[in-house]
Design a protein around this ligand. Structure first.
Ligand code: ZN
Length: 390
């Protein structure tokens, strides 16, 4: 006789115990009778179907009907019962699987002992193995869109003869600021909201540790180690005390470049960056420079590229082009001629050498390139988002 869920008149522990025992005994009994796929489905539905399954019924007849002071106790028992039902339903399916699969898929039954003779130690889950079942496929990984973008930018400069340098993410104040011509108390320090390591007040300012706010310290570290000519690109993570939003993240990626030699001019800077942008965004993009300020370059400039989304028109059909804010230009990087003061920190002679530096946000480049409108998506690790770029 099939089990039916009784209405409870009394919600005392003793009555609940009895009712639960009865239910679980019936569950156990019924699970044993399952011997085919069809029977298993019926078993599963009888106990778990949203509409009128036993689980739904005990929710209605026991939990919802329970008086307030018994709700907690009843709720706990219903949860335990739910787990048991799920276990039994899964268990019945697993018991079913081995023999039924053999019949349904192939009909080939090979005794494990036979296989072991040839294959030497095969993992055995059941008495029979179905050798026609598909194997386990491991999903292939792919490059993250930001890393992919960084690699593309790096390779453009590699082709121009630049080498790649990296440096520590925890830096001293000296490398992050002072040697880059940000004197103590200089207002330009406030342009970069810095994350400092705590409890360093007893150290001299230049030795205090912080999370680097740009990849520029690697320029100093490199020039300390080698004499000109220097041609390097520096990809890496940087950190600022910026609250996360669609275009800001406390951690982001920069790529920076530095070229120093005996006779480098602003013309070289423009030619190099113009070539790089054409290599990255297509040969029809135009570049445009306008004056800016950075402590470590003089003169400094911001470079714009003509909008590669609307072709510089500021419009997409009849709609305004949002990435360039209808101006037809997109601001893409900061650059300039290395300030002679910087050479003083690395023992280069400013009368004999000159050079340029530039830096761009790799995440921003990836946003533009892939038409993504929220930088946070890059760092949330959601495979559904990331696999679009694989
Ligand atoms: Zn545009």
């Amino acid at each position: 006789m099939a089990y039916t869920v009784p209405k409870l008149k009394d919600f005392s522990s003793a009555i609940l115990d009895k009712a639960a025992d009865k239910l679980l005994a019936a569950l156990d009994e019924e699970s044993k009778t399952v011997s085919s796929e069809a029977e298993w489905k019926a078993f599963r539905d009888r106990w778990m179907a949203r509409k009128n399954g036993v689980l739904t019924q005990i929710n209605e007849l026991w939990l919802k009907a329970a008086p307030k002071d018994a709700k907690r106790d009843v709720g706990q028992r219903v949860n335990e019962i739910r787990q048991k039902i799920e276990q039994k339903v899964d268990g019945a399916k697993a018991r079913l699987r081995a023999p039924v699969m053999e019949v349904e898929h192939s009909g080939i039954e090979v005794p494990v002992e036979e296989l072991e003779k040839y294959a030497g130690g095969i993992k055995r889950d059941a008495d029979r193995l179905d050798i026609t079942l598909p194997g386990i496929r491991r999903p292939l990984g792919a490059e993250h869109p930001v890393i992919k973008t960084m690699n593309e930018i790096v390779s453009v400069f590699r082709d121009l003869g630049y080498s790649v340098r990296e440096g520590p993410e925890i830096e001293t104040d000296y490398y992050n600021f002072e040697a880059l011509n940000f004197p103590p108390n200089h207002p330009a320090r406030d342009m970069q909201d810095t994350l400092f390591i705590a409890h360093q007040e007893s150290k001299p300012l230049r030795e205090r540790l912080l999370l680097r706010t740009h990849t520029s310290p690697v320029q100093i570290r490199t020039m300390e180690q080698m004499k000109p000519p220097v041609r390097i690109v520096i990809p890496g993570k940087v950190h600022r005390n910026d609250p996360p939003d669609a275009s800001h993240s406390p951690m982001f990626h920069q790529i920076e470049g530095l070229a120093v030699d005996s006779d480098i001019t602003f013309g070289d800077l423009k030619g190099t960056l113009d070539h790089a942008m054409k290599a990255l965004f297509g040969s029809s993009v135009k570049t445009h420079f306008r004056p800016s300020y950075f402590p470590f370059t003089e003169p400094s400039a911001e470079m714009m590229v003509s909008c590669f989304i609307c072709g510089g028109s500021g419009k997409r059909g009849s709609e305004p082009c949002r990435p360039c804010k209808q101006t037809g230009w997109i601001e893409i990087l900061g650059c300039g001629m290395v300030d002679p003061n910087v050479y003083g920190f690395v023992d280069y002679d400013p009368r004999k050498v000159s050079g340029f530096a530039f830096g761009m946000g790799a995440d921003r480049m990836a946003l533009l390139k892939y038409g993504v409108d929220d930088i946070q998506l890059f760092f949330q690790g959601d495979v559904r988002f990331l696999e679009q770029f694989a």
